[in-house]
Each structure stands twice: as structure tokens, then as C-alpha cells.
Design a binder for this molecule. Sequence first.
Ligand code: CA
Ligand code: CA
Length: 360
Amino acid sequence: MKLIYALVFLFFSTLIFSQDAKLSPESFRVTGDAVRTGEHCYRLTKNVEWQGGTLWYKNPINLNDPFEMEIDLKFGCSDKGADGIVFIFHDRLRTGRPGGGMGFGELKPSLGIEMDTYQNYDLDDPEFDHMAIMTNGNLDHGNSDLQPVSILPNQRNIEDCKLHRIKIIWNPYAKEFQIFIDNHQRIIRQIDIVGNIFKGNPNVYWGFSAATGGSHNLQEICLEKLNFTEVAIFDKKTKTQLLDGEIYSLKNVEFASGKSILKTDDLKELNRLVNLLKENKQMDIFIYGNTDSSGDAKMNKIISQKRADEVAKYLRRNGIDKKRIKAKGYGERFPKESNGTVEGRKINRRVDVYLVKPRA
Ligand SMILES: [Ca+2]
Ligand SMILES: [Ca+2]
């Protein structure tokens, strides 16, 4: 019984930990006039003219997995202030046109949930505080497909000095977006974000952007709950080394002695490799299998080839063109450490990769 309690505790503490890691300030980048003001709170704009600020989550997320978040937004205290806040998906950490564009204007490719408190006549904005799902930085409601709804029910003013809870749910299986404000469902829309907007790339960044113009408001955000899958990517240094063509030993890609079956449940490292190759389509990859010196040298060469082939197979299964992949087994020829110790042998049973720079 005690064991079950311990396991349940472990499970929940892991959940809480991953939630905390996502909410931690280190996971975010503020740009423009945005600043952190509390544990999980940020000010996007001051209540002065011509401000623009964005809060970005630093790592890309995978839109083929579900996405859910709850945050509190404050739109300021002056009715008819400006300009509003936009939730953004974009393929880079880059902000669009401020002012009436709210940091989303002309940003391509992108999806934005605009929460707009200022009526721009040139964009056919309605008089009331409104929200809509918009694409590719286009905030013009002249297009009948993009008719906005009021943010709060009954066109109530949202610039009321209060925090409002917004809940965003993305269901990738139904390709459906749902948006709730203060527990009222305001938008439900089917949209193929990955296919139609991001041309098949599911890895996008998300953030909240706000701006002011001649009219203004204090606009703030507090993060409450975040739930999504981060995309596995190499750290900056490793990525640079790989793109420079340096040899790299895959981490956590392990094999039992004399075996070619991938031992690890942790596929992050292989997914990092897949994502790097998808990002850099001009580069090919060489995969080298290696063994320790236990057993027969000829046999080791065969096993090392199988190890390299295992990794190649994983890349192919995840959409990397087989023409870009070369896999070779070197057996025990290139040990990294001494074969005299258990640890050394474990390190020597490895797969090395390097990317081939495109010819100029
Ligand atoms: Ca507006
Ligand atoms: Ca208003």
C-alpha cells in the first residue's frame, strides 16, 4: 500500500514540477515595453501612448499534440482605451506591427486570437470590445469570414480594471480551437493550423502581445496553467557544432552489450535530431555505429552497422528522406574511452552523427 502512495505522490510531484518549469520566468522572453511584475505576472504595456510589448514562451511547442492554457488578462481601466492583446502562434520569436496591429499586424505565417478594445475604422472593427481568430497578421474584419464576437457576453466593457480568466484549448485531432472568457465559451472554430497556416510545420512559438497608440491602457497578464508538449531541440551550442559539421555522440541513445536494439525510452535526443534535419533541409547526415571491444571484432562490426541502421530507421520513420541519410558501422575501431572499465565500454557502445554541410 505504501508503495502505491509513494508512486501516486511521485506521479503528481512530477506533474507539478513540469508545470512549474513551464511557468518559471526562465521559460519566457519579454520584448519591447513588456516587463515582469510578479511571480507569474507581466506588464505588456504601460498606460501611456505608443507602447508595444510581447511575452514569448522561449521554446517551440508541437501543435500535433493538445494545447491548453489558462491565464488572467487585465485590459486596463479606461473604456475606449487601446489597443488590446493578441495571443499569437508564429514560427519565429518575432513581433508584428504595433498600434492597431497589437504586435500581430502583418506577421506571417501566424495565427492570432485578438482581444481588441479599440475601434479602428480602417479595419472595420465593431464598436464593442471584440475577439476573433485571425490569420497571417491580417486584422481586417472587412472579410466576412472573420466576423468578431464581443469578448464578454452582451458586449460588456472589458476595460474594467479587473482580471479576466482566458482559457484556450487546442484539440489537434478535431483541429478545433475553443476559447473561454470567465468560463463563458466565446469561440469554437475548426481550423487546420498546421496544414493551412504553417504549411505542415507543427513546431511553433506562442506569446501574448499588446500595444497602445494615441489611446492607451495598462495591459497585464498573469500565467495560471500551461499544458502542452515542448518540441525537443538541441541547445544553442550543440546546434552550432552540429551545423558546423562537428562529430557528435548521441546522448541517451544506448545499447546493451552485443545488441542493436535501442535501449532508451527517452527519444528526445533522436527527436532533436529529426527537428534539426527538418529545419535544415539542405544538410545530409552521416551516422556511425560503434561498439566496445568485447567479443569478436567481425561480429562487432555487424552490430555497429545495425546500431547505425536503427537510428537511420528512426529518422526515416519520422519523415527524413532516406537519400539524406548514410549509416555505417565501424565496430570497435574508434573507442572514445578505455575498454578496460564498465563505464568506458558503455560510452564506447554509441552512435556518432555529423551533418554534411551543403556544397557552396
Ligand atoms: Ca482595434
Ligand atoms: Ca471597452
